[in-house]
Design a protein around this ligand. Structure first.
Ligand SMILES: C[S@@+](CC[C@H](N)C(=O)[O-])C[C@H]1O[C@@H](n2cnc3c(N)ncnc32)[C@H](O)[C@@H]1O
Length: 242
């Protein structure tokens, strides 16, 4: 198992506390930074999750680590979905709430502050659980996966989007150059947070992706886990069935 990567390795605070504080710090600029630094590709990744949710006909959905609710909002494009979004960062949820009010979506999405590793829901409440770019930030991935499995109905689906490392050698060089040398100073300048965009490539490098993630999901209680690399493998979509 890889060592825990925290936003500020020299701080004694837990990863969870540091992650919460970091996202509170960057919340006001998060949406702009997200779309700008990913060159807008993130929209197409969320759309892929929506297409699967549509196909499996899930209606009651939990979006874990919802942040400013972009994926939850995408899921309202499916008729009759009801979404609960949870996140540990109050700052991110506050931005999300403003977006929901503007979009008239407060009757479709409810946002609440909660921890993915201790979800405040009954067993088997949801048809589907989604997480986009959240699992890498969990303090205890196995605990988070097990609790998401617990709140899913039998045969329900967990869909996870997470960054991964591209395998094509030429593309991989370009990617790491951008991730290590361009993104951290640019992110620091734009987000005004000293750690967020140094932590991002470090946490991606340490994340148990691909087959390793599938094994962890199976150990947490999922019966069938498949995955699909997207955009040269810089992101991976995992589909875990309970
Ligand atoms: C990179 S953001 C992703 C937000 C959103 N899902 C998106 O796609 O834009 C990661 C989010 O995970 C949240 N997070 C990290 N650890 C968490 C935990 N243990 N429980 C709930 N949320 C968590 C952070 O607060 C942050 O909002």
């Amino acid at each position: 198992m890889s060592a825990t990567v925290k936003p500020n390795p020299s701080s004694e605070a837990s990863k969870k506390q540091q992650v919460e504080e970091m996202f509170d710090n960057i919340s006001a600029r998060y949406d702009f930074l997200n779309h700008f630094l990913s060159l807008g590709i993130d929209y197409s990744w969320r759309k892929k999750v929506r297409k699967i949710i549509e196909k499996i006909n899930a209606k009651k959905i939990l979006d874990v680590a919802t942040g400013t609710a972009d994926l939850a909002i995408e899921l309202t494009k499916i008729k009759d979905t009801q979404i609960v979004g949870i996140d540990i960062s109050r700052g991110m949820l506050d931005i999300g709430d403003v977006k929901l009010a503007k979009l008239n979506l407060t009757n479709r999405i409810v946002l609440q502050q909660a921890d993915s590793e201790n979800l405040p829901f009954e067993n088997e409440e949801f048809d589907a659980v989604t997480v986009s770019f959240g699992v890498r930030n969990f303090e205890n991935l196995d605990k988070g996966l097990a609790d998401m499995c617990r709140v899913l109905k039998q045969k329900g689906s967990l869909l996870v989007l997470e960054f991964s490392k591209p395998t094509n050698p030429i593309f991989s060089r370009l990617y790491w150059f951008y991730f290590k040398f361009i993104l951290p100073p640019l992110g620091r300048l734009l987000s005004k947070d000293a750690t967020a965009y140094t932590y991002l490539p470090q946490s991606v490098a340490a994340f148990p992706e691909g087959e390793e993630f599938c094994l962890r999901a199976k150990s947490a209680g999922f019966s069938n886990v498949t995955y699909k690399p997207l955009t040269f493998g810089i992101c991976t979509l995992y589909h875990c069935v309970k």
